[in-house]
Write a protein that binds this ligand. Structure first.
Ligand SMILES: CCCCC/C=C\CCCC/C=C/C(=O)SCCNC(=O)CCNC(=O)[C@H](O)C(C)(C)COP(=O)(O)OP(=O)(O)OC[C@H]1O[C@@H](n2cnc3c(N)ncnc32)[C@H](O)[C@@H]1OP(=O)(O)O
Length: 292
């Protein structure tokens, strides 16, 4: 329901430019929300916001973290001066480790479904955003991290990191809308290769198949993202947005029309003994790897 409302808001977005300006707006660059784990700043002169993920150790997406991200995305969506958002990480070498595996391992059923709904909402907000969205990928970006990046309009990535939907390596299945998002980005053959094998691609490999649009050195990623954003913001806004909506609406609608069923599928699947066993082993290996 929340996501359905989010979607209809998004499709009405062109008409939503008459809202009052936030009281927080006092100078050219302002903080629209700041917490320990998420900082969102907006440059009033350019209309470019930056959302910086900062949930140590690896920006894994927990229920609370995604809720925070969703609130910030909604706020930007409705801020009439905001035209684009750059998503990046404050954590060295990690963009996002994807979903917080601890949310899926030995979960409480109610929290598990809430967790999944919140993830769906995050994707619906980001993939369906009226804003121009750029991922400045300054670290590893597996699974849910790749989903965040792929949901943006454009991806810039620094060398030396990996990105991909690696779910099958964990013994879990990428949900259909993760796959749809990847197909939208790189086409169905490359998606099949990447998803079946759970490939984590290097920056250069990702760029070769179009999963990443531009490779730039780490120290230039922020400035390059801003420069890229400026070029997107020169395109007439209505034409650009309607084009985006035309392309993305069927992909969004596919999840919207089966959101509840998808939650149920996920919960049933995640609670299976075999899946719990795989997740447990995967977590153990992650911890072992740290000791080696
Ligand atoms: C038929 C219906 C189907 C329905 C759907 C069914 C199934 C559901 C599919 C759900 C889709 C899943 C999406 C996901 O996003 S799953 C998560 C995938 N993510 C990963 O596999 C990443 C795992 N992590 C890593 O590879 C590395 O940690 C790293 C990100 C490359 C960073 O490496 P490094 O800097 O060396 O850090 P550490 O490995 O030492 O990790 C530090 C601590 O962080 C913990 N950690 C890492 N990743 C996660 C995570 N995703 N969730 C929770 N915790 C994580 C790690 O254990 C270390 O913890 P410790 O300090 O306590 O030991």
């Amino acid at each position: 329901m929340a996501a359905r409302m989010a979607f209809s808001r998004l499709t009405r977005s062109l008409c939503e430019v008459g809202r009052s300006r936030s009281l927080l707006l006092q100078s050219a660059r302002w903080v629209t929300s700041a917490s320990k784990t998420l900082t969102v700043t907006m440059d009033d002169k350019t209309g470019i916001a930056e959302m910086s993920l900062n949930r140590p150790p690896v920006n894994s997406l927990s229920l609370e973290f995604m809720t925070e991200i969703n609130i910030a995305l909604e706020k930007l969506e409705h801020e009439k001066f905001c035209r684009g958002v750059i998503i990046t990480s404050a954590i060295p070498k990690i963009f996002s480790a994807g979903l917080d595996i601890l949310e899926m391992y030995q979960p409480k059923p109610e929290r598990l479904s809430e967790f999944w709904k919140t993830l769906q909402d995050m994707w619906l907000l980001l993939f369906g955003s009226r804003l121009t969205t750029i991922a400045a990928i300054n670290g590893h970006s597996p699974a849910g991290g790749a989903l965040v990046a792929m949901s943006c309009d454009y991806r810039i990535m620094a060398p030396g990191f990996n990105i991909g939907l690696n779910e099958t390596q964990l013994g879990i299945v990428p949900p259909f809308w993760f796959i749809d998002t990847m197909m939208h980005t790189i086409g169905s053959r490359q998606t099949e290769l990447c998803c079946q094998k759970g490939l984590m691609l290097s920056t250069e490999e990702a760029a070769r198949i179009g999963l990443v649009d531009k490779v730039v050195p780490l120290d230039q990623i922020a400035s390059e993202a801003k420069a890229e954003m400026q070029s997107w913001l020169k395109i007439p806004v209505a034409a650009k947005l309607i084009t985006k909506q035309t392309i993305r609406a069927p992909i969004l609608e596919k999840l919207q029309t089966r959101q509840e069923a998808d939650v149920q599928n996920f919960c049933n699947f995640a609670m299976k003994d075999s899946v719990q066993k795989s997740l447990g082993m995967y977590l153990e290996n992650l911890k072992k790897k740290q000791k080696e």
